[in-house]
Ligand binder design. Structure first.
Ligand code: CTP
Ligand code: MG
Length: 230
């Protein structure tokens, strides 16, 4: 059996959410936001262990949450860095060297379905680097600083990247070894693999797999939780 470890970055500062309560602990149906993805990973039969990345000041709070909800697969809570990339890097360093595959899933995405984990895992054995993504439903314009449209991108070739993203452990370590030198820019884990010149495979994500970024996302998540069977 191959060993799959999960890294959950949850060390952001939630600037765009503008909430007094730090993002991972915001209540959604009486559970903290972070509970949702940890619950999905804990229940998945494919995931062996979990590393949670937390803001340094909140490590104890996160550890308490894990204890309270009896998430047995979580083997460490690690301090995050200034960017998401640095946070994931810290998590990667905390993994056992005998890990075969690494699944990264944002702590801010509560609706992680088992089928996404399974899909990624099936494909990663062939492709070594896979991401969940959904087709872009909007027309995307590229604009300059003055908001003049520079070009209209062909929607048929555009995908919105999500997590989970799953990688062969050794490949991800190589990708992040390069990252150590450059710490700016918003990017996902796969883009570091792309920079190595390696192919990244898309598997179908899910529109319901939203990321909680703004207050509107929270409203949407609360509405989703009211739907039957969710
Ligand atoms: N993240 C992290 N460490 C960082 C920045 C982000 O672990 N230094 C995590 C977040 O906690 C989140 C995920 O990466 O689970 C996606 O980031 P994002 O949605 O941007 O969340 P925040 O960075 O918290 O929000 P904002 O950008 O509005 O401050
Ligand atoms: Mg952010």
């Amino acid at each position: 059996m191959k060993k799959l470890s999960a890294i959950v970055p949850a060390a952001g500062s939630g600037v765009r959410l503008q909430s007094k309560i730090a993002k991972p602990y915001i209540r959604l149906n009486n559970k903290p936001l972070l509970w949702y993805c940890l619950n999905a990973l804990e229940r998945s039969r494919k995931v062996n262990d979990i590393i949670v990345i937390s803001e340094k000041a909140n490590i104890k709070r996160t550890a308490n949450l894990i204890k309270r909800f009896k998430f047995k697969k979580v083997k460490a809570v690690v301090a995050g860095g200034a960017s998401r990339g640095e946070s994931v890097y810290n998590g990667l360093m905390a993994l056992d060297k005998d890990t075969d595959y690494v699944l990264i899933h944002d702590g801010a995405r509560p609706f992680l379905e088992d089928k996404l984990i399974d899909r990624c895992l099936t494909e990663v054995t062939k492709h070594k680097a896979v991401i969940c993504a959904v087709p872009c439903s909007s027309t995307i314009k590229q604009a300059d600083k003055n908001l003049s449209v520079v070009s209209t991108l062909d929607r048929n070739s555009l995908w919105q990247a999500q997590t989970p993203q799953v990688f062969a452990y050794k490949l991800l370590c190589r990708a992040y070894a390069n990252f150590k030198n450059e710490k700016t820019g918003a990017f996902d884990d796969a883009s570091l693999v792309e920079r190595l010149g390696r192919k990244v495979k898309i598997v179908p994500g899910a529109n319901i797999n939203i990321k909680i970024t703004t207050q509107e996302d929270l409203m949407l998540a609360r509405a989703i939780l009211k739907l039957p069977n969710s």
